[in-house]
Design a protein around this ligand. Structure first.
Ligand SMILES: Nc1ncnc2c1ncn2[C@@H]1O[C@H](COP(=O)(O)OP(=O)(O)O)[C@@H](O)[C@H]1O
Ligand SMILES: [Mg+2]
Length: 266
């Protein structure tokens, strides 16, 4: 479903701030893969997502989505098949527009690249049904401004916007990290349900090693612009948080340099 060959990206090349963020990264995801990604700060996780979404064209390498060569395709083109949710609930939605207007934009623009002038009755029914799945009562508040919702409600709606036209790939960048624990759990539950039901190939960055190991079917560890561990099957099933940290030490010869990742095992 996703095939990345030998991807390179260097920021601010030729300056004192030059930073090689992706260093020959390769990755292949099967259609039903739900892979979690962990790695210390600056490992290149968000840069990998930006490369997939087409925020920039990579320096070298190739990106295929469902067999289509996306390497030089612009972000707007890839948006039809790539859904994305950020850590910050304020991103990805328009605060002054209503819930249904936000859903309408996601519904029409990802489909045809145009805004439709009005929301039809049929669209509204689809939005109601979509929102009712969240069990947050938002289906009865479709004319409420997005800006009035809590972070968790907003993130839940953002998730529904990302999947209302089923994407081929869903990129989740610590999308529950800014939410309180209960809401985070709820948004994660909905994420799991939707991804499973719609068979969406998913990549999820998390700083929580325990959830990285029990969510999905595959865990990738990134370090210094590359994937240094790719775990699945029984090897992953039998791994503890401590076991994973040990593996990282074996691969890298040093310990994981991110306190947050070590401490957040809740
Ligand atoms: N737009 C950018 N301009 C310059 N440097 C960047 C940019 N985006 C990321 N970087 C650098 O690339 C490296 C990887 O960053 P990032 O992908 O955000 O890491 P992660 O998400 O794993 O914490 C970091 O050193 C970061 O400072
Ligand atoms: Mg990041």
């Amino acid at each position: 479903m996703l095939k990345i060959n030998n991807l390179y990206k260097t920021f601010e090349r030729g300056t004192v701030n030059e930073k090689a963020a992706l260093k020959g990264l390769s990755l292949e995801l099967r259609p039903d893969d739900f892979a979690t990604i962990i790695g210390s700060n600056g490992a290149g996780k968000t840069t990998l997502f930006n490369a997939i979404a087409g925020v920039f064209i990579s320096d070298e390498g190739e990106i295929y989505i469902d067999g289509e060569d996306m390497t030089f395709k612009p972000e707007t083109y890839r948006a039809r098949v790539v859904g994305r949710i950020f850590q910050n609930p304020l991103m990805g939605t328009a605060p002054s527009l209503t819930i249904e207007q936000n859903l309408a934009i996601a519904y029409s623009s990802s489909k045809k690249g145009f805004l439709r002038p009005a929301i039809s009755k049929k669209d509204r029914e689809l939005f109601r049904e979509t929102l009712s799945r969240l069990n947050m009562g938002l289906e009865d508040r479709m004319k409420t401004s997005m800006g009035l919702l809590s972070g968790g409600q907003r993130q839940a709606v953002t998730l529904m916007m990302a999947v209302i036209v089923t994407p081929k790939i869903l990129l989740l960048d610590e999308h529950t990290a800014a939410l309180d624990p209960l809401t985070a759990e709820k948004v994660l539950e909905i994420t799991k349900e939707v991804v499973k039901e719609k068979h969406i190939t998913t990549l999820m960055i998390t700083h929580n090693i325990a959830s990285a190991l029990h969510l999905g079917n595959r865990t990738l560890m990134m370090d210094d612009g590359n994937i240094v561990l790719d775990l699945s099957g029984p090897e992953r099933d039998n791994l503890t948080v401590e076991g994973l940290l040990d593996k990282y030490r074996q691969v890298k010869g040093h310990i994981l340099d991110n306190d947050r990742i070590l401490l957040s095992q809740e």
